[in-house]
Write a protein that binds this ligand. Structure first.
Ligand SMILES: [Cu+2]
Length: 159
């Protein structure tokens, strides 16, 4: 009886140890991601292109400079007064121009990634009110669990 008891207990203990190891791995992963998140990110020259009347979306451009020692991965975007924000890339196939959704934009350490017309950009959809030149939009760029706030002026032409 004792023996059978011992026999059934051993795998249970091993399973608990495995779960503990999984939790420890998950936790250290989260800490690593947080220390890297947004560290060293400098947003330069953000601007929003004034949309035509009635447009349901606006495009936002900027330079993303990483002055840190690890990669910065921007994985979500949002803005006050907009129902949805996405990272997009303009793609051309022959004479057709479309947009592709990007799950993230990664800026390697010491590098600058430029969001510009005809390339990568932030797309904000479902505006509460239309954006007009002279307005400023309050954007949030998220890297993992951290976030950076950016004020982006609405303009007719690139800065
Ligand atoms: Cu787009």
């Amino acid at each position: 009886m004792n023996r059978r008891h011992g026999h059934t207990r051993r795998p249970a203990r091993a399973r608990r140890g495995f779960i503990k190891a999984l939790l420890a791995a998950g936790l250290s992963g989260a800490i690593f991601a947080n220390t890297q998140a947004c560290d060293g990110l400098q947003v330069e020259a953000p601007w929003v292109r004034e949309p035509p009347p009635g447009a349901g979306a606006v495009a936002v451009f900027m330079s993303l400079r990483n002055t840190g020692t690890g990669p910065v991965e921007i994985d979500s975007v949002s803005a006050e007064g907009y129902g949805m924000g996405m990272l997009h890339e303009t793609v051309r196939a022959g004479d057709k121009v479309g947009m592709r959704h990007l799950h993230a934009v990664t800026v390697p350490p010491g590098s600058t990634v430029t969001l510009a017309p005809g390339g990568m950009h932030i797309m904000l959809m479902h505006p509460a009110t239309p954006a007009r030149a002279g307005d400023s939009l309050a954007l949030t760029l998220a890297c993992g669990g951290h976030a950076v706030r950016v004020s982006a002026p609405v303009r007719r032409d690139p800065p």
